[in-house]
Design a protein around this ligand. Sequence first.
Ligand code: SF4
Length: 285
Amino acid sequence: MDLTPAKGDRVPASLPAGFEFNQASLQDYVDCPRRFQLRYLLMQPWPALVAEPPHEFEAHARRGADFHRLVHQRGLGLDPEILASTIHDPILKRWWQTYLAHPPEDLPEPLQYFEVLVAAPLAGHRLLAKFDLLAVTPGKRLVIVDWKTMRRRPSRTTLAKKLQTRLYRLLAVETGARFNQGQPPRPEQVEMIYWFAEDATTERFPYDADQYSADRYELSRLIEEITARQEPVWPLTPDVRQCRFCTYRSLCERGIWAGSSEDVEDDLEFLDLEMDLEQIAETEF
Ligand code: SF4
């Protein structure tokens, strides 16, 4: 397989100075540097399906987005029964009833912020995130809640390693003063909770100063590594399981068939993430 760019091909040598990182782009790099290069440097259109069958995959992604919208509207004070009357999809209806009967427990009060956009600088770049829910007792606790609607639940070990888990807690510390009476929260005051719509279970990840320092170091190192890359073709992951749900399979000659949508272990929130992130005000620096 010859992946060397043809003469005349436009191959940016490195990231533009203003490139902004989020959990999806960082996770792409960790999963496969070549995927990061294709998606964010070369802006390669997606030549393949993420998962099969396409209509089922698309319906699942749309259902997940609708669930997030319903929870957000409930958080804004809309009547849950009225919201329920707008649901026609049976799976979405089941998730909604599950949420109403078993929302995440022990959330701090009285403040709740939905769909919160945050940003902070690190290693010369901007880090961005969108929290589904941030629940706060000022001066005491800040809890990030992330709604998960995937069919196949990842293990706790997998979730702990996810860039989302590491980045979100880090950004809660870095940007938390605006929700915490002007005081930056201590890492020990921050927690992240994943809530799973299929069975109303949760996975909780507390935080501490050691993990915060480790995350700052590791994310800085990662960003420096990405920005230093100069090769025309960045390394392809040796872990071919990463290719099952990758849209660049045909480009990399890593198979033509998509994995089953039943096996997707992510919520594919990148579908609407980029537009939302552009809305973050520069003043958050
Ligand atoms: S198909 Fe595999 S090797 Fe190619 S970009 Fe995707 S994950 Fe990387």
